[in-house]
Design a protein around this ligand. Structure first.
Ligand SMILES: Cc1cc2nc3c(=O)[nH]c(=O)nc-3n(C[C@H](O)[C@H](O)[C@H](O)COP(=O)(O)OP(=O)(O)OC[C@H]3O[C@@H](n4cnc5c(N)ncnc54)[C@H](O)[C@@H]3O)c2cc1C
Length: 596
């Protein structure tokens, strides 16, 4: 058994034991990749600190845009305990753009493994309720996206992102390399990095630095950015145990998540971490710090299963569940993304998915500055757009935790009496209803919008409700440009990515010429695509829709505006912001909404 106290993650010292990789990956399959011959003599365009999923996604996306980037990671890339395993719909849309869908779908998590969430007194005890979900490979994508959400635990997902980043010619990756300190001036960042094996230090000069260095971010601290919120929701202990025959010990069948409710209320969970022989047992805990001995942990696992059985504990990770958001995501040439910018309860599976959205928002803006077409206000729009989304998702995740812990104590919950049965029935019904909000989250993943963004031009239309459960497709400025299938089998999303895409519905390129010319004058990459499909035109609602490199709508209208040059300046962050009032709009008939 090993115990891992993960300082980056905000873990706390736990049981004694040597931390060895639980899921060894092969970090050195990626040699020090060769983008920069000599980081000491060259100026690195972007220094990314931390190769968790967010740093890997950022480096990969920068590389995909041809932007030079040095990614450093203090560890050797081994995963001690996989944390995330839900890859959300939006993240899968980015994977589609990056050509990674096949790798995710081909990862070893069994695609026919039922994803039910069960509420129960123990695996061999009473079932109180169940939300049924088919295996990931058996669920069709929602009609609002070309992709479905995926189950791909971190020890499978990180290597996919790592290979993606390493495959980009302009990306250099260095594992066992730690950021020690950095300073910045108006032109450059100067960072001291250290080889974790030899202790050798070198100085790196970079145009920008991005801290993807997790909850205890040194980059955030050095930039002097405070976080606000609740530093302790629970002291939780996660235990990975191996038991290949667990399914044969009970009658509940295959399920992804089991939530255990005892007379005291909700107290633990077990999830099928690899869909085979490994399980993650989580003692939820409370606001009081508590450490468990091995014997106590074993007894609690047996309580959850409801009988004695043989199993092997593989690792124990005590950690602190927090609810924090950074006040801003930028200071000068320094940025933060992912857990360094927001730390949330895993309830809902938003943490990494929010961080990868940060990375995609920031990446094209850094590219624009480095390529010389970004305006002075472009980088400030990163905080303005992403910080409210971080706060939104942190709040939703904490709400999910509260809902999971909302069961009142019932002393007779386990009684084999009619009264016990009546209580179990009531608890099961109410809990099943309450928990649905955590399981159906298409709105949370696709419905985030950059309301009031200074680099989008509002069109006066009303915002659909921001409901985490329900997503309302809309091409309103600030929103994710919606998905629709094109006649040739592509998704509209396949049209977006490297530059701006001007969509034309019932108009030709001549009508678009003034805007395309304005973009050319400002060296903003912009292409025009005419779309003939009437159902797509109906969804997008205007004759022209301008989509940014990250797939969000920057502007739409029925004619190219007279001030085309000014519009281009707005969307590249070079013109003063449209007023906040312009976003507050008269209420219109809502576009059809949907849940999945
Ligand atoms: C039990 C659990 C389940 C979860 N499930 C989900 C889920 O299903 N879906 C989801 O979206 N999220 C989930 N999350 C949250 C998710 O795991 C995190 O949000 C995500 O890992 C954050 O990624 P990151 O890259 O920002 O940070 P991290 O993964 O923390 O990576 C930071 C990296 O920076 C490195 N680093 C730190 N300091 C330095 C330095 N000075 N120099 C060099 N390198 C440095 C660290 O070694 C580390 O590798 C879950 C979390 C938990 C605890």
């Amino acid at each position: 058994m090993t115990t891992t106290a993960d300082p980056v993650f905000g873990g706390i010292a736990g049981l004694p034991g040597r931390a060895v990789p639980f899921f060894p990956v092969q970090p050195h399959i990626i040699p020090q990749t060769p983008g920069f011959k000599d980081v000491q003599s060259e100026v690195v365009p972007v220094l990314v600190v931390g190769a968790g999923p967010v740093g890997l996604a950022l480096a990969g996306d920068l590389g995909w845009r041809g932007i030079g980037c040095l990614l450093i990671e203090q560890s050797d890339g081994s995963i001690y305990q996989p944390r995330m395993d839900l890859v959300g719909v939006r993240t899968m849309e980015f994977c589609r753009r990056w050509g990674l869908v096949g790798a995710v779908e081909g990862s070893p998590y069994p695609r026919d493994y039922a994803q039910d969430n069960i509420y129960l007194t123990s695996l061999t005890g009473y079932e109180l309720g169940r939300e049924r979900f088919p295996g990931i490979g058996q669920a069709p994508p929602p009609k609002e996206s070309p992709q479905r959400r995926e189950r791909c635990p971190q020890n499978m997902f990180d290597p996919i992102l790592r290979e993606f980043a390493a495959a980009q010619k302009s990306v250099t990756m260095r594992y066992r390399t730690r950021l020690v300190s950095f300073t910045q001036n108006a032109e450059l960042v100067t960072a001291v990095i250290e080889n974790a094996d030899t202790g050798a230090r070198e100085t790196v000069k970079a145009r920008y630095i991005v801290g993807c260095d997790g909850a205890r971010s040194l980059v955030r601290e050095t930039l002097g950015i405070p976080m606000h919120g609740n530093p302790v929701l629970t002291y939780t202990t996660n235990v990975i145990f191996r038991c290949p025959h667990l399914l044969s010990l009970h009658d509940k069948g295959k399920a992804y998540r089991h939530i255990f409710i005892g007379p005291e209320g909700t107290w633990s969970t077990i999830v099928a971490i690899n869909g085979r022989d490994q399980w993650r047992f989580s003692i939820i805990g409370g606001a009081e710090q508590r450490e468990y001995t091995t014997d106590e942990i074993k007894a609690l696992i047996r309580r959850a299963v409801g009988r004695d059985f043989a199993f092997e504990i593989l690792s124990v990770l005590p950690w602190v569940r927090r609810e924090l958001v950074a006040d801003r995501y930028r200071n000068g040439r320094g940025f933060i993304a992912g857990d360094s910018a927001h730390v949330m309860s895993p309830t809902g599976g938003f943490g990494m998915n929010t961080g990868i959205q940060d990375a995609v928002d920031l990446s094209w803006k850094l590219a624009a500055m480095l390529e010389g077409w970004g305006g002075d206000g472009l980088l400030d729009s990163y905080t303005i757009e992403r910080q409210p989304i971080g706060a939104r998702n942190v709040t939703e995740a904490s709400g999910n935790l509260r809902r999971m812990l909302s069961v009142e104590p019932h002393a007779d919950l386990l009684d084999a009496t009619p009264q016990g049965a009546a209580i179990r029935d009531k608890v099961g019904r109410e809990f099943s209803e309450t928990m649905r909000r955590e399981w159906f989250t298409l709105g949370a993943h696709l419905g985030y919008r950059y309301e009031g963004s200074p680099i989008c031009r509002p069109d006066g239309s009303a915002a659909p409700p921001d409901d985490p459960r329900a997503y309302t497709p809309t091409a309103r400025p600030g929103h994710r440009a919606p998905h629709a299938w094109l006649a040739d089998g592509r998704s509209t999303l396949d049209l977006f990515g490297r530059g701006f895409t001007l969509l034309g519905f019932g108009v030709d390129v001549k009508a678009a010429a003034p805007l395309l010319d304005a973009a050319r004058q400002r060296r903003v990459p912009m292409t025009f695509t005419a779309i003939a499909e009437p159902q797509v035109a109906a969804l997008y609602e205007r004759k022209f829709v301008l989509v940014r490199p990250d797939g969000h709508v920057a502007w739409r209208g029925d004619a190219v505006p007279d001030d085309a040059l000014r519009l281009v300046d707005v969307v590249r962050g070079a013109a003063s912001s449209p007023s906040r009032q312009a976003w507050a709009a008269p209420v219109q008939a809502p576009v059809k909404s949907a849940t999945v």
